[in-house]
Ligand binder design. Structure first.
Ligand SMILES: [Mg+2]
Length: 268
């Protein structure tokens, strides 16, 4: 199945890239791998041979620290050569640790949290005013939802009826230094977002059918922005990373890299 194939590659490469770069954030790439796979396989109207095509859908990774996962999808789609992946987080490499718009196919550089949704909302109102049909997708993290700028843009998007804006939350309930419920608890999130006049859907962020159904049926309600809360597991797919706080900053050692390849059933 196409979704599983790309998601497995995203996971295997993300473990390898962060291992080689001695960098962190592997858990964040593993968490969103299934969402990214469906987005780039079926949902996003993009053209790898023409990354700046005016009518393309816009995708913003607000959780910019999970860059590795998106870079793999872009390389697989043909936005840039796959050998660039081995330069991730390396001195003079083509791919920076946090996502960069200097890479073909990337719309916006992020890293500090709370920037993705405000920029996406700006793009969405611009598209409305120009009568353009493309959609704007923003993938957010738990930490993003702690940011005031995120909630400002939630109010702004509802005010302007931006039904071309789709926020997706990679809701693994862990952020850099702990479990979200112990830092700033987002619950009851669906009720909050509905009170802010968004259309909301909760899905299992590792179930391809649920992801595809949600993302192909946007806007969820006419004249409202859509918020898809995807329940996920941080580190998903690699047993010793799954649902651990430490996999936010950790990377696999040599032995763990081999173990991850075995569990994923792929070796790169
Ligand atoms: Mg998280």
């Amino acid at each position: 199945m196409e979704y599983l194939r790309l998601a497995t590659l995203i996971r295997a490469y993300a473990v390898r890239m962060t291992h080689r770069g001695k960098s962190g954030h592997v858990g964040s790439s593993l968490s969103m791998a299934d969402l990214i796979s469906v987005l780039y396989t079926k949902i996003l109207r993009v053209n790898p041979s023409q990354p700046d095509w005016q009518e393309r859908d816009r995708f913003i990774l607000s959780k910019g620290h999970a860059a590795a996962g998106v870079y793999v999808a872009l390389a697989e789609k043909g936005f840039f050569p796959k050998d660039w992946l081995d330069t991730y987080y390396q001195d003079n490499g083509r791919l920076s640790g946090h996502i960069s718009h200097h890479v073909p196919g990337v719309e916006f550089s992020t890293g500090s949290l709370g920037h993705g949704l405000p920029v996406a909302a700006g793009m969405a109102i611009n598209a409305k005013r120009k009568n353009k049909n493309y959609r704007i997708f923003a993938l957010l993290s738990d930490g993003d939802c702690n940011e005031g700028s995120t909630w400002e843009s939630i109010m702004f998007a509802a005010q302007h009826h931006l039904d071309n804006l789709i926020a997706i939350l990679d809701y693994n309930k862990i952020q850099a230094l702990g479990r979200s419920k112990d830092i700033i608890d987002l619950e009851p999130l669906t009720e909050k977002l509905k009170a802010f006049h968004w259309a909301v859907k909760e899905i299992n962020g590792h179930n391809y059918q649920q992801i595809e159904d949600a993302l192909t049926n946007v806007p969820l309600e006419s004249s409202k922005p859509s918020f898809i809360i995807a329940h996920t597991i941080k580190g998903k797919g690699v047993s010793f990373f799954e649902d651990t706080v430490s996999c936010h900053y950790k990377y696999a050692n040599e032995e763990e890299l081999e173990k991850a390849y075995n569990e994923l059933g792929v070796k790169i």
